[in-house]
Design a binder for this molecule. Structure first.
Ligand code: C5P
Length: 293
């Protein structure tokens, strides 16, 4: 069985406050991208799990610490069937450590695929609970498409599918560790009256207005990330100034940035130009249709 595990970005990410459990309360708009990893699953006997990787950098572990492995193990434990086994082959295309949710998406694909392959029949709700235990972004990837995320990011509300948006991703070449970015956020948290609302973004999405979407992009995590890595602000400003770009933003907790382009041709041209200039850039688009909408 082969499954696509898409990347994501956040078109809007506000952090109203830190929670007593150490996580942060989010109000975010997740969107799946066409850029995707591929996970291939084959049944094995006697409780054996095997993981092989293709195209992964040295930072992606090929052992029981990989989120895909942990997903497989959590699923068979939850089903009370430790004898289930599988070979998992992961073809990585999503850059790791980049705020594109690659590891989380791989884990969600493992849950979806193995639930079918093993016939565990846990049901959507228990799968979502398992997903949330693996990471805050994993439940989004069980559904995909376009979703508003609250709580830690796991309380999801599907949004109506929107016209594809054309993006250029820029990979700055260094990782931004997510826990570090959240730790640095403390002095940048909004006062209660300054918490931003995704309303303008959601309206622009529903109108298919790429300029309006570009103007309404927001990511609170830019403040701590730009303070620690000033190069990220330079890159975002450089993207904003390019012709055909309607907005640019840090993706999740970084380090990937994206430029939103008015048209597909602008995105393809911009990715080509940035590559010529020595940056790591690639054009992709959103895949906003989720399971069930
Ligand atoms: O849930 P996940 O393992 O992806 O989170 C990684 C880290 O990001 C957490 O340990 C926490 O430091 C931070 N985080 C947070 N609030 C969230 C999501 C993540 O503080 N809503």
């Amino acid at each position: 069985m082969k499954l696509a595990a898409p990347a994501k970005t956040n078109l809007f990410l506000e952090v109203p406050r830190r929670r007593p459990d150490g996580f942060h309360e989010l109000d975010t708009v997740f969107v799946a991208l066409e850029l995707a990893d591929e996970l291939e699953l084959t049944r094995l006997g006697e409780g054996r799990l095997e993981l092989t990787l293709e195209g992964a950098g040295p930072d992606v572990p090929a052992d029981a610490s990989n989120l895909v492995w942990r997903a497989a193990d959590a699923l068979r434990q939850a089903a009370g069937r430790p004898e289930l086994g599988a070979a998992l082959h992961l073809r990585k295309r999503i850059p790791a450590g980049g705020g594109l949710g690659g590891g989380s998406s791989d884990a969600a694909a493992a849950l979806r695929g193995l639930d079918q392959l093993w016939g565990t029949g846990l049901g959507a709700e228990r799968l979502a609970t398992l997903a949330a235990g693996l990471g805050s972004d994993v439940p989004f990837f069980l559904r995909g498409g376009l979703q508003r995320g609250r709580g830690r990011g796991e309380v999801l509300q599907p949004l109506p599918p929107a016209a594809p948006l054309h993006l250029v991703l820029i990979l700055p070449g260094f990782p931004c560790p997510t826990p570090q970015v959240y730790r640095d956020l403390a002095p940048h948290l909004p006062a209660p009256g300054d918490v931003r609302d995704p309303g303008p973004l959601l309206s622009a999405l529903s109108w298919g207005d790429a300029r309006g979407v570009g103007a309404a992009l927001w990511n609170r995590l830019e403040l701590p990330a730009f303070a620690r890595w000033p190069r990220l602000r330079e890159l975002r400003d450089l993207l904003r100034a390019r012709p055909g770009v309607t907005g640019a933003l840090l993706s999740g907790s970084g380090s990937t940035l994206f430029a939103l382009c008015a048209r597909e041709a602008d995105a393809v041209r911009l990715a080509g130009e940035l590559t010529q200039e020595g940056l790591m850039a690639l054009a992709t688009r959103t895949a906003s249709r989720s399971e069930g909408n």
